[in-house]
Design a protein around this ligand. Structure first.
Ligand code: ARG
Length: 580
């Protein structure tokens, strides 16, 4: 609907340009808003206010001219000019009903596929493998996964890339520790990567001999020594399967196939340096190879280097990212590269993107975006820590989520068996953690608070999952009783209309989620939908409605609500429950 209206307005502007009322060469950006206040219609625009100056006209007059120039159509019931020159549009009820019907008859809820299907390469999760996944790894995995799902749903080819950190000096320490253990205890100790890492670190700090061996092993590893590679492979394998367990529990779609580790780029790195040298971009600074870009200066205006090779010859994080960016465009065919990485790496990506374009690692009109996110905070306003003050392992956090969800459920009376209750608690627990993250604006920090996420009140997973079961229960009670799915939709009650108006926004919201890589738009949408359904459900009898036509219409609205809620939640990576 939004697109249709934009189209109508574009035609109107075209006509006014042809008439000389707006300068023909003026590029016009049509902005449509969804007014909060119903009396302002379904859409509003400040187009006339924006164009008054170039058109040398007064805004109200121009608004009238625009309204006049909108071609005849069946989309709009009316257009009003308000205030200094806003135009408010009201969608016709027939259009609304047609759109609802089209959604009901479509297996993709009549969501438009993108005009152009692109290959979108999405870098997310990407933990360092030396340690166990912890709370700091939550956001990239959850947000990246939701955006991937939405992009796929909109018809793009999505290539997931898990750029895990599996290379670097820390691995020397880990290998030395592995070497010092006999096979059996190595296996045992590797089952808890966190303690393994700590123990290795302790030895490294305490024993000079051990530290020397660790340094020796890194050098050997990097030169491709078979024995070191064997130890290293063993470690990486354990670490990756641990990540996979976490993804599976979280319902994150990443698999082993999506792993494209830092080490996979090793043999490309000398070429990256050579290429930069050929382009004349390389400067030696205190023995290190650096690139200085004019765009990036330090606080005092001093040049800021991107270091691509250390004094001893070692390569860096930036070097690997340059190789990866090239691979993603040239080998994977990426048109748009998305990176879901902590906001603190903003400068790194900014520099890499600029350099990659300048040096020709990527070409043409490829789109490059780093989508940063804020930190998960504890209630004390500091980065979230476990009770003993250490980092919280993700696996433990998820266990706690499930345990707390079970407690929450046990406060309710249900007719679920113990087995079912356990399953429901798992879904609620994990979903609560995910939803709490997704529903916040990606760019801000947020406070991790069990009491806020595990409650049936407010914009939470339990509330939405429960709302879904409520809609679902209508059809449970209906059982096999047939209802006429071809019946007309009737929007006579204001709550029916409010629900209908929200349902048809689904398409628009999904496109917004993709454009801005902001899943919280979709959370806001499903929350609002659930609220409107609840008002409708309380005010408008459905199953015991005597008027057959009204009953059919309300069943259809309920069915569409169930479908949209289910699809919306699924795109957020949250499975729905039939009962709870
Ligand atoms: N492993 C890195 C970290 O934990 C994140 C990698 C993000 N992706 C990338 N292409 N740099 O900080």
């Amino acid at each position: 609907m939004k697109e249709q209206l934009e189209q109508l307005l574009a035609e109107a502007i075209g006509q006014l340009k042809a008439q000389g009322k707006i300068p023909a060469d003026h590029s016009v950006n049509i902005q449509l808003d969804r007014p909060r206040d119903k009396s302002h219609g379904d859409f509003a625009t400040n187009l006339a206010l924006m164009l008054a100056k170039p058109a040398k006209s007064n805004p109200r007059q121009l608004a009238e001219a625009i309204v006049e120039a909108v071609p005849e159509n069946t989309l709009l019931a009316k257009m009003d000019i308000a205030g200094p020159g806003f135009i408010n549009f009201t969608i016709s009820q027939d259009q609304l009903k047609d759109q609802l019907t089209a959604m009901l008859n479509s297996d993709r809820l009549n969501v438009d596929k993108a005009d152009q299907s692109k290959t979108i390469v999405i870098d997310y999760s990407s933990p360092n493998l030396a340690k166990e996944m912890h709370v700091g790894h939550l956001r990239s995995a959850i947000i990246g996964d939701a955006v991937s799902r939405v992009c796929e749903f909109l018809g793009h080819k999505v290539v997931r890339q898990n750029h895990v950190g599996d290379w670097g000096t820390q691995f020397g320490m880990l290998l030395a520790y592995m070497e010092a253990l006999d096979n059996q205890s190595a296996e045992y100790e590797l089952s808890n990567l966190e303690t393994f890492y700590k123990a290795a670190k302790q030895r490294f700090d305490e024993s000079e001999e051990f530290a020397d061996r660790a340094r020796q092993l890194v050098v050997k590893l990097q030169s491709g020594d078979a024995y070191c590679l064997k130890l290293w492979n063993q470690f990486i394998d354990v670490s990756l399967s641990h990540c996979q367990d976490v993804y599976d529990r979280l319902g994150v779609k990443l698999t082993r196939q999506d792993v494209m580790a830092e080490s996979a780029y090793n043999n490309k790195l000398p070429g990256v340096i050579e290429h930069l040298r050929e382009k004349g971009l390389l400067t030696e600074d205190q023995g290190a190879q650096c690139v200085f870009l004019e765009e990036y200066k330090g606080k005092e205006g001093e040049p800021l280097p991107i270091i691509v090779q250390k004094k001893g010859g070692g390569y860096l994080y930036a070097t690997t990212d340059l190789a990866a960016i090239e691979y993603r465009q040239k080998e994977l065919g990426g048109d748009h590269l998305m990176y879901f990485v902590d906001a603190r790496q903003a400068l790194h990506f900014d520099q890499i993107f600029t350099l990659a374009r300048k040096a020709g690692f990527v070409e043409g009109d490829i789109q490059l975006n780093h989508y940063g996110f804020g930190t998960v905070m504890g209630k004390d306003g500091k980065p979230y820590k476990s009770r003993d003050g250490g980092v919280t392992k993700l696996a433990d956090l998820l266990d706690e989520a499930e345990r707390r969800a079970l407690e929450l459920l046990q406060q309710k009376t249900t007719d679920l068996t113990d087995e079912q209750q356990k399953h429901v608690a798992e879904v609620i627990g994990i979903s609560s953690v995910k939803y709490a993250d997704l529903s916040k604006n990606r760019t801000s920090d947020y406070i991790f608070d069990w009491n806020h996420m595990l409650t049936f009140e407010g914009n939470t997973a339990p509330y939405l999952l429960y709302a879904f079961t409520r809609v679902n229960s209508i059809f449970d009670r209906l059982g096999n009783t047939a209802f006429d799915r071809n019946a007309d939709i009737i929007l006579s009650d204001e709550r029916e209309l409010a629900l209908a108006n929200q349902l048809v926004r689904f398409n628009e919201v999904l496109h917004q989620v993709q454009d801005k890589a902001m899943p919280h738009f979709l959370c806001g949408f499903v929350f609002d939908l659930a609220g409107r359904f609840s008002s409708f459900y309380e005010a408008c009898p459905i199953l015991n409605q005597e008027d057959e036509a009204l009953r059919n219409s309300r069943l259809k609205l309920s069915m569409l609500t169930a479908n949209v809620l289910k699809q919306g939640l699924e795109l957020l990576g949250i499975p729905t429950l039939e009962k709870m």
